[in-house]
Design a protein around this ligand. Structure first.
Ligand code: PEP
Ligand code: MN
Length: 336
């Protein structure tokens, strides 16, 4: 951290900063220039409260040198691989998670699971606890839905990705899920992040629709700081001034996150666009941009989906898309 004092800062003000740094167990090195003093802080600056120093009279600005997300940061680390059974996320192979928005019935989820598996999907998605904008909308089948997902796994061998909404349900969902999903609306639900961090199950963390990369990575850090290092980041579109699409797919997030973090990055073109015809082109773009995987809402009868019908593709479209993605993955030095 570098603390820049204001021009003409008094000696007592400089001494106060130096004392504060020492009290935190770090080593302050003041550099007295002709116009102003700069204090370089040697040691792990994350132990310092940046705002406390910013608020001191005589301080002009405080600059961080290290990333505030220590565990999620790329600094000196190799890209991490998250394992879900035999599936590796973050390796050479691009992985695809297919399945409906919501689990609707045992027949529905098993039929879809079989179709996406046949098309080459690696994991099955489906919400049993649904975060809906309106309280009167379908809220999911709850534990009954989780049991149906477990049956679909038994029928196909596909690992299950399903959302947990409430810190009180983390253990319950973890009993059935292979990957715990934390949705966009809960990206800053710190109690939920901490609970998920106590589990030994991978977490698919979706980017808050309003979140900066830094906030996204700090949310991942919450999970990791509890001991769970198996975090997969998911770009799912952000809110912008554009209203034509449900969200705006921030494709830039893929290369940026690869520069900032060692964690795998997947893309959700379904929630990013909200429009069925846009899912395939955005999925292709995501793989071309270097995504480690995709999560795609797919249904045997998309128009009958109880939630997110307009962005859900058919299993036939999924089969076609998988073929296209294979070619794109190959073109960028990956496999599918
Ligand atoms: C989902 O993937 O089921 C979902 C609700 O997505 P998001 O949290 O990104 O809206
Ligand atoms: Mn959905």
């Amino acid at each position: 951290m570098i603390i820049v004092m204001k021009q003409g800062a008094k000696k007592e003000q400089i001494d106060l900063v130096i004392r504060g740094v020492k009290e935190a167990g770090l080593d302050p090195r003041p550099l007295h220039g002709t116009e102003r003093t700069v204090i370089a802080v040697i040691g792990d600056e994350r132990k310092l409260e940046k705002d406390k120093f910013k608020a001191l009279t005589g301080v002009e600005k405080v600059m961080e040198v290290l990333k505030p997300y220590k565990l999620a940061s790329k600094e000196g680390k190799h890209k991490s691989k998250v394992r879900v059974g035999d599936i590796v996320i973050g390796g050479e192979r691009v992985i695809v998670i297919g399945g409906p928005c919501s689990v609707e019935s045992e027949e529905q989820i098993i039929a879809i699971a079989k179709e996406v598996k046949k098309a080459g999907a690696h994991l099955l998605r489906g919400g049993a606890f649904k975060p809906r904008t309106g309280p009167y909308d379908f809220q999911g089948l709850g534990e009954a839905g989780l049991k149906m997902l477990a049956k679909a796994r038994a029928a196909t061998g596909l690992g299950i990705v399903t959302e947990v909404l409430d810190p009180r349900n983390v253990e319950l969902v973890a009993k059935y899920a292979d990957v715990l999903q934390i949705g966009t609306r809960n990206m800053q639900n710190y109690a939920l992040l901490k609970e998920a961090g106590k589990q030994r199950k991978p977490v698919l963390l979706k980017r808050g629709m309003w979140a900066t990369y830094k906030e996204f990575l700090l949310a991942a850090e919450y999970i990791m700081s509890q001991g769970n290092r198996e975090v997969i980041l998911c770009e799912r579109g952000i809110r912008t001034f554009e209203t034509h699409t449900r969200n705006t797919l921030d494709i830039t997030a893929v290369p940026v996150l690869h520069e900032l973090t060692h964690l795998p990055v997947v893309v959700d073109p379904s929630h990013a666009t909200g429009i069925r015809s846009l899912v395939a082109p955005c999925a292709r773009a995501a793989i071309a941009a270097g995504a480690d995987g995709l999560t795609i809402e797919t249904h045997t009868h998309p128009e009958k989906s109880v939630s997110d019908a307009s962005q859900t593709i058919s299993t036939e479209e999924f089969i076609q898309l998988m073929k296209e993605l294979k070619a794109i993955a190959k073109a960028v030095g990956r496999e599918l």
